[in-house]
Design a protein around this ligand. Structure first.
Ligand code: PHE
Length: 345
């Protein structure tokens, strides 16, 4: 047994000698000194020895395993330090290097313009209709019929309105005015609402026209609402949105769902009214259509036009943004060129 112990010891010394890393030393330790290691096997056999032998062999085994433990430990410390140093060398980082720039997104100028317009009207007492009450895919019923647009009106023509193949009479809305009907069906007057959203028209695309764009519809129905209220509210909106000094004009116009009707123009910011490509030489850009809600429309949704009256308006969000920020081409909003959109941070 003594020889056996000495043999194990000399083998262990060689193994320690040959170890090249902390990992090797851990293996050596496991091989000899762990619970299942070679020394423990010997110690298990001690119980069969005489008391005398037990003492001698036992203390020899302890002495040897202690010695091994110490030399493994010493060498381990050495390797550990070496390994740590080389790891630190390899993983060295320069904390003074500038960080990597991660570009941040931001709100699209059409979204921020929409938000700005909505909050102006909210401050004037209008509330914003949630999208689900003003759908983009609409029936002719809401887009035209209920708005007093005759069956043979040219706006219904395939050339202006996109018809879908979902079902006959289902269109991509050509105006947000259908939101007026939804609002009046859902609620009795007084009604004071705005509804922002996307509209579609089969247009030839150019610097002023795109085949989809954005409108904000407005509706105010109550007792004793007059054209004076319409002018007051819209003038106030323009004053807040553009500031005092921007020339604007009311022009009489026609819409099937309002009577009388008007359009509001704002002086072209590109040419200061002199006439240019953006305003096709007129010096003015139309920003909205408006008028007193036609009695036929009120009757259609069961509101008595002898008791109630109201005004409605629909404004072009792109036009309003172009006029505020001097953008001369509507297509810039939809090209997704970051050089354009980054200017609106
Ligand atoms: N819907 C009209 C358009 O798209 C604008 C409008 C809205 C006019 C409400 C009057 C009242 O041109």
């Amino acid at each position: 047994m003594k020889e056996q112990l000495e043999k194990i010891y000399s083998n262990a010394v060689i193994d320690i000698e040959n170890s090249k890393s902390t990992k090797d030393l851990e293996d050596v330790k496991a091989k000899y000194l762990s619970r299942k290691g070679e020394f423990n096997e010997i110690k298990k056999g001690l119980k069969d020895l005489s008391v005398e032998d037990k003492k001698v062999i036992g203390s020899l085994a302890n002495e040897i395993s202690q010695k091994l433990e110490t030399s493994i430990c010493e060498k381990f410390k050495l390797f550990y330090e070496q390994e740590l140093n080389s790891k630190l060398q390899k993983e060295k980082i320069d904390v003074t290097l500038p960080g990597q720039y991660i570009p941040r997104g931001h709100v699209h100028p059409l979204t921020s313009t929409t938000n700005e317009i909505c909050s102006i009207f909210q401050s004037l007492g209008f509330s914003v209709v949630p999208d689900e009450f003003a759908p983009e895919v609409e029936t002719e019923y809401y887009n035209f019929d209920m708005l007093n647009v005759p069956k043979d009106h040219p706006a219904r023509d395939m050339q202006d309105t996109f018809y879908t193949n979902i079902a006959q009479n289902v269109v991509l809305r050509s105006q947000t005015s259908g939101a007026q009907i939804h609002a009046m069906e859902l609620k009795k007057p007084p009604i004071r609402m705005i509804a922002p959203g996307r509209v579609y028209r089969n247009e030839n695309i150019n610097s002023r026209k795109n085949n989809f764009f954005h409108q904000i519809e407005g509706l105010y129905v109550d007792k004793n609402i007059t054209f004076g209220d319409l002018k007051g509210v819209l003038n106030e909106f323009i004053r807040i949105y553009f500031g005092e000094s921007r020339p604007t004009r009311f022009r009489s116009s026609f819409f099937p769902f309002t009577e009388p009707s008007a359009e509001i123009d704002v002086q072209c910011i590109m040419c200061q009214g002199k006439g240019c490509r953006t305003c096709s030489g007129t010096g003015w850009l139309e920003i909205l259509g408006a008028g007193m809600v036609d009695p036929n429309v009120l009757r259609g949704v069961g509101i008595d036009p002898d008791v109630y009256s109201g005004f409605a308006f629909g404004m072009g969000v792109e036009r309003l943004a172009m006029l505020k920020y001097a953008i001369d081409d509507i297509r810039l909003f939809f090209n997704n060129d970051v050089r354009f959109s980054q200017q609106f941070k």
